[in-house]
Ligand binder design. Structure first.
Ligand SMILES: Cc1cc2nc3c(=O)[nH]c(=O)nc-3n(C[C@H](O)[C@H](O)[C@H](O)COP(=O)(O)O)c2cc1C
Length: 280
């Protein structure tokens, strides 16, 4: 980006305020269109039926391919699903989320060690290194960086998206539906399409920087200091969105209270073994 930073303006102050809802926080001094795009993020769960043009998809995926990748191994792939019948079969595998049917495009991002193995097999080489947990982590990190670049790109084009972690509820069934060979893991889905203006979404407040940012060394006290204030901000947000009241810290605990709270993903080790990952 060659644009010179635009000095702080009302738009920057407004987006900063919406992101943190902390009146004591000074708005940013530096500003440019990239920062505006990033701070304006919100997930989209209501889509118009308009298809995503193939050229647009190619541009979004060029942004994805432009992300950094561990050792340039590029251990990720993506399956673009447009077929309504296939999306309808994937939906119940992902906690039955209606936006999978509604979005004209469903991208499934994959940690892909199979390509590396094919390359080695063609040259008669061994691939013992791919049996280690570290290589799966590399694939997941690569897929995630690529996907987030795609999200930033599509939002810059006026499209909307929502990640679907629910794709990991039934990894083996997803693999069968998408025809994935062994050693490929579906990391998450991404519903993509034009946001329905009749169902606008708002900027969801985040934890304050004083909670998540540490300087030089991690300070455990910081992790809990400002949580009451954040709970209050999230309660306000829920009420504004006419969503059921909830306390963020309570909801967060609920997400990890028991193995069952992982909605089927407590068997991930077994699922990965079934997909061919030795995880040494
Ligand atoms: C890896 C990942 C998985 C997610 N899975 C789902 C999902 O299955 N369904 C859903 O509606 N939202 C999902 N989300 C969206 C989050 O709920 C959302 O990003 C978060 O609540 C913050 O809201 P915002 O994106 O609007 O700022 C997921 C997000 C991430 C990063």
């Amino acid at each position: 980006m060659n644009d010179l930073p635009i000095r702080r303006n009302d738009r920057a102050a407004d987006l900063f305020r919406q992101r943190y809802r902390d009146p004591s926080l000074p708005p940013p001094e530096d500003w440019n269109p990239v920062l505006e795009n990033l701070l304006n993020h919100r997930s989209t769960r209501g889509f118009l039926p308009d298809p995503v043009h193939p050229d647009t998809l190619a541009t979004i995926l060029a942004a994805a391919s432009s992300a950094a990748t561990s050792s340039n191994l590029q251990t990720w792939s993506v399956v673009a699903v447009r077929d309504p019948a296939r999306k309808s079969r994937l939906r119940p595998l992902c906690a039955n989320q209606a936006h999978i049917d509604e979005a004209p495009l469903f991208l499934v991002f994959l940690a892909d060690l199979a390509r590396l193995q094919s390359i080695a097999a063609a040259k008669g080489e061994t691939v013992e290194g791919t049996e280690f947990l570290e290589m799966l982590l590399i694939g997941i990190v690569d897929a995630t960086l690529a996907a987030q670049n795609a999200v930033v790109a599509l939002e810059s084009l006026g499209l909307g998206s929502v990640y679907i972690g629910g794709i990991r509820n039934h990894p083996e069934k997803v693999a069968a539906e998408l025809g994935l060979p062994p050693h490929i893991f579906p990391v998450f889905g991404l519903c993509v399409g034009t946001p329905d203006p009749a169902r606008p979404t708002a900027i969801k407040p985040r934890l304050p920087q004083s909670t998540v940012v540490h300087h030089e060394q991690y300070d455990p006290a910081q992790a809990t200091e400002a949580l009451a204030a954040y709970d209050a901000r999230m309660s306000d947000f829920q009420a504004e969105q006419a969503m059921p009241p909830e306390v963020w810290t309570r909801r967060t605990i609920g997400r990890v209270r028991t193995p069952a709270a992982l909605t089927g993903r407590d068997r991930m080790r077994a699922a990965l073994a079934n997909l061919g990952f030795a995880l040494r």
